[in-house]
Design a protein around this ligand. Sequence first.
Ligand code: PDD
Length: 276
Amino acid sequence: MYILVNEGIIPRSSFSVDIEDRGYQFGDGIYEMVKVFEGVLFEWEAHLQRLFRSARELRITISMNKEELTEQVQRLIAIEDLRDGYVYIQVTRGVASRIHHFPEGVSSVLVAYTKEGKEERKEELAGIRVITTEDIRWQRVDIKSLNLLGNVLAKQKAVEAGAQEAVFVRDGMVTECSSSNIFGIKDGVCFTHPANHLILNGITRQVVIRLLEKVSLELEESPMKLEALYGMDEVFITNTGQEVGPVIEIDGRKVGNGDIGVYSRNLSIEFQRLID
Ligand code: PDD
């Protein structure tokens, strides 16, 4: 098993994290998770743009340019002979004595590894149960940073409640979920939170928005009140691993009649077409 560390590919077993890596001590870093279908990176350009945007927002300098990183990640996929799975890429500000502000002369640390395995998407096919919870995260969740404690606590709450995902509500408005974006459909209109600093602008979200026309849905990028979410005809979540995940229950209440809706099913089918 090999991993990419900065510009080099080395055996995973020979890698160790420095105790003073700022990713480890402060969560001072960023990441991306990219799906690979039949050896091809899905929506790579969009993930690459988002990674470099996150870096810019945090003033982390990635040691490679986009072309060099693309080449290295493709080399890793080839060495690992990855057919179906994902690549995880992480960049931390680097290793330095523990001070809160940016240390001088620090070099960022980029690591990437691959994971083999086709997702079965059992939950998505059966329908997903979600709970809602207060969005206690910081106000720059548009940056895909390693600070995921708010997300971790919310997901744990969902799991303990027998649900699969937690929907965040900030000031009465639905933002996104612990590891996905959320959409609601009412009378042929598809609502989702606008891509501002209160949500991560998911790559899957962007793909699904492009597919809405194909299934005769209109887009309305405005936040939903929690009450409005409960009253939607259909609700679904999106992320890299789950693609389109129809929601059948929110806080124990059925969405629509409790079955997967037609629009969600059709969107799922359209999404699969992009991969097959
Ligand atoms: N998370 N919102 C949050 C908070 C997320 O963590 C994610 C994805 C998304 C959807 O983004 P995308 O469609 O680009 O995967 C939205 C990844 C999958 C993760 O942390 O594992």
